[in-house]
Design a protein around this ligand. Structure first.
Ligand code: PTJ
Length: 246
């Protein structure tokens, strides 16, 4: 389906780009999603297109936080669905989380296309279409959530999220795990656990950590979460980007 030479030095980056293009063609990803992808790629290039150690720590802390949660929800938008649909399904299974489609530019067509796409990749229940809950302090379309999904969640994973929505969710008292390659974005700055890594590496690595930590006692999981320092992780990612060692 995708014609990218595997020996190309930037194989993964080209593959990602093709997936986003395909997402737009299938009505999953918004046109703005193409711009967001380009922005992400620039940061990823400067990070050496690899998971830096502080991001790996964040992914481990996020896995611990998700295992401790009473009602974790993974939020999926048009970019996330195009890039990591099967990996999101695996993570949800590993930490027993709900999956909810939650769009910045919400249209019923895209909501449905993404829910169908997730189901095709193994999700049995996809939330977001009921939209009987609201996030306060956001305009109508952007505020819609499922009352028994993100509305009732204690921990939410919001990848590639807009800053306003990330702040509004944090104001609601939800513990936020943000995946965003820009350590200076408001979403990353708002997060309890910011993960500065490409979502295509971050999600499978979170699942691996969750599988490793599955038998770990809650007190020990809580220690892993408490030992994580969000400000230090953001500063470390920013320093890595500024050094730009390639
Ligand atoms: O599908 P929708 O309607 O919900 O819209 C989704 C987008 C992503 C278009 C929307 O949320 C948006 O406009 O987001 P922003 O404000 O462009 O923010 C996206 C952030 O994600 C930016 O900081 C990018 O650097 C970052 N980003 C882009 N691609 C990746 C990424 N972070 C991690 N992995 C990526 N592959």
């Amino acid at each position: 389906e995708i014609d990218v030479p595997e020996d190309h030095p930037r194989y993964e980056s080209l593959l990602t780009r093709h997936r986003i293009e395909e997402g737009v063609e299938k009505g999953i990803t918004s046109k703005q999603g193409l711009i967001a992808e380009g922005r992400g790629e620039a940061f990823d290039y400067l990070l050496g297109e690899e998971t830096i150690p502080s991001a790996n720590e964040a992914e481990r802390a996020a896995a611990a936080q998700l295992l401790l949660a009473d009602h974790p929800v993974l939020s999926v938008n048009g970019n996330v669905a195009a890039l990591v649909a099967p990996e999101i399904v695996d993570l949800a299974a590993a930490v027993d989380a709900d999956i909810e489609v939650n769009l910045f530019n919400r249209t019923e067509e895209r909501m449905k296309a993404i829910a169908d796409h997730l189901r095709e990749h193994g999700a049995d229940e996809v939330k977001g279409l009921t939209a009987d809950g609201r996030i306060p302090n956001l305009s109508h379309e952007r505020a819609k959530v499922d009352a028994d999904g993100i509305g009732a969640a204690d921990v939410v994973v919001v990848p590639l999220e807009d800053g306003d929505r990330a702040e509004a969710l944090a104001d609601l008292g939800k513990t936020e795990i943000v995946i965003d390659l820009n350590p200076l974005s408001r979403s990353a700055q708002t997060a309890a656990i910011p993960i500065v890594d490409n979502i295509i590496r971050a999600v499978p690595n979170m699942t691996e950590h969750a599988v490793d930590l599955r038998e770990t006692a809650p007190a020990e999981l809580a220690e892993i979460v408490a030992a994580f320092d969000a400000d230090a992780a953001l500063a470390d990612a920013e320093a890595a980007i500024r050094r730009g060692e390639l």
